[in-house]
Each structure stands twice: as C-alpha cells, then as structure tokens.
Design a protein around this ligand. Structure first.
Ligand SMILES: Cc1ncc(COP(=O)(O)O)c(C=O)c1O
Length: 294
C-alpha cells in the first residue's frame, strides 16, 4: 500500500482557495462542514504534462456539471477556474503535476438541507508519479464485492466525493489480498469499471468496453477510444458480462491518474499486454505531451 512520505496536510507551498493563495498548511475547513458529513463535494483529477494540463477545459466543464447535478453552482466561472488552475500550477513550480480542484458545501446549515450553505472552491497541485507500481508489467486485479449503483440510485455522471466510498472499500479489500485494484460490476451484474478508472478489453483485434450508463464516462476513456479509432481499431461499446472475461486476450484501464495501464489478471483470468495496448499507451503519452494530435 502506498503510504505518502509527507502527509498531505503538512507540505510547503500554497493552495488556491476561494480566490486567493493560502499557505498549504493553513487551508483548513471547520469540523461542521456539510461536505464532510453529507458528502456534498465534487472534484476533479487532472494531470499537467510539461506545463500543460491535459484536457483542462473539459475537466473544468465536468466540475461545473458535477456541481449542478448535486444542486449547487460553483461561484467561479469556467474561465475563472481555468485561470486559477494555470496560476496554481505556475505557483507550484511543477511542470508535471496532479491538479485537484474541489468544490464543497460549507457550514451555514448542518442538516440534510443545505440551501443556504456557501459553496467553496480550492485547487491544490502536487507532484504525483505513476498511480500503479510497475505499471507496464500489467496490474493484478480482483473482483469487488461492491457494485456501481443504478443511475436512479446515485448521480453517477457526477464526479462526486460521496460515490468514492464504495471505491475505497473495494480498493482496500483488493489491497489486503495483494491486488492492485478491483473490477466493479454494476447494479445489473455487468462489468463496469475499476475503482478509479474505466476498463477496456481486446479480442481478435477489436476493443470492447462497457457502455458508460452508470459510471463516469472518463475523459481518458474517450481519449483512448479516439486514439484506437485513429489507428483503425474497431471499438465496441456494449454490455459486457463477467463470464466473458476469459474470452479476451488483453485488458487495460484508463483514467487521469492511471493514464493507460495494462492489466495482467482479473481473478483467475490472465491477460498478456500486447501490441494494441502498448501502442495506445505510447500514443496517449505522445498526445498528452503535445507530440501527437488527434
Ligand atoms: C471511478 C472512476 N471512473 C473513471 C475515472 C476516469 O475518469 P477520467 O479519465 O476522466 O480521469 C475515474 C477518474 O477520475 C474514476 O475515479
């Protein structure tokens, strides 16, 4: 399990918070904050490569959309957030970095209703390498006990903090058994995604990936589909069932943190990362660094 060397609340630097830069250790919120008690926060995970945040605008637009789904408006426009992210990145002095904007309901009301609560926004930037150790060997995944909820049960199009509770429980259970991650099914029993990344399979030269109808249609997922199509690879978005897992030869997962990560096994099923996965990993790396255009 990756333990941070320096705790996240005890670092040098500044965090952009509600319109100004605040020394890193002083960016506190009160114990009685609605978001802490009721999960009323939305966030983004973005990566900057060589000083440029990949798909920055789309991430900011998704942040706004996530907030609207949770019934709040972020008091900063998309343009203001774009400027703030650029300033936070510049102030960090980092070229390659992880960028974490988060918006949350504050402390004015502490019941379920939060009609009068102030909405806050912060943007933190830190250095973050590969999400998985030995990523290119292919990660080992197990099956999660928890399932992605029905869209009638949870706002699955929002990148909302509350939805990550089942991801953390699933990831912890996997790590306890020596796996890097877990495959989550959805409420119907169909293959959904990993705990923080979307999933793809390869069979006979074609790519198969679950239709994102009850989990995040990741920005990296959409990018991987475009990259595959630009290589004339067929991409099939469809319902995938767990009994099909053994019929695929390659598997990979996609996400801003995970980037494109090959998968070596899911439970009893083994995969050998091959040419298609390798090419997409390389293409993605070139794309995010501006060395390839789509
Ligand atoms: C649960 C989950 N699914 C999918 C993704 C992939 O989304 P993206 O590619 O936009 O980072 C993420 C990461 O944000 C995630 O946390």
């Amino acid at each position: 399990m990756a333990t941070p060397i320096v705790p996240f609340d005890d670092r040098d630097g500044f965090i952009w918070m509600d319109g100004e830069f605040v020394p890193w250790r002083e960016t506190k919120v009160h114990l009685l904050t609605h978001a802490l008690h009721y999960g009323s926060a939305v966030f983004e995970g973005e990566r900057s490569y060589d000083g440029n945040v990949f798909e920055s605008l789309r991430h900011t637009q998704r942040l706004h959309k996530s907030a609207q789904i949770l019934d709040f408006d972020i008091p900063f426009s998309v343009e203001q957030i774009e400027d703030a992210k650029a300033e936070a990145l510049a102030k960090s002095g980092l070229e390659s970095a992880y960028v974490r904007p988060i918006a949350w309901r504050g402390s004015e009301m502490m019941g379920v209703s939060a009609q009068s609560n102030t909405i806050h926004l912060a943007i933190a930037v830190w250095s973050w390498g590969d999400y998985f150790q030995d990523k290119m060997k292919g990660i080992k995944m197990t099956h999660a006990k928890w399932r992605r909820p029905d869209p009638a049960t949870a706002p699955c199009e929002a990148k909302a903090a509350g939805l990550y509770m089942i991801c953390t429980m699933s990831k912890h259970a996997a790590e306890k058994e020596g796996y890097a991650d877990a495959l989550m099914l959805d409420w119907r029993g169909q293959v959904a995604e990993a705990t923080g990344a979307n999933i793809f399979f390869i069979r006979d030269g074609a790519i198969h990936t679950p239709t994102p109808d009850c989990f995040l249609n990741g920005i990296t997922r959409q990018t991987a589909i475009k990259l595959a199509k630009s290589r004339q690879i067929e991409v099939v978005e469809r319902a995938i069932f767990p009994d099909e897992l053994g019929t695929f030869s390659e598997c990979f997962i996609t996400g801003t943190a995970a980037e494109i990560t090959p998968v070596a096994e899911i439970g009893d099923v083994k995969y050998t990362p091959g040419e298609i996965t390798g090419n997409l990993v390389d293409d993605y790396d070139k794309l995010v660094r501006g060395k390839l255009t789509l």
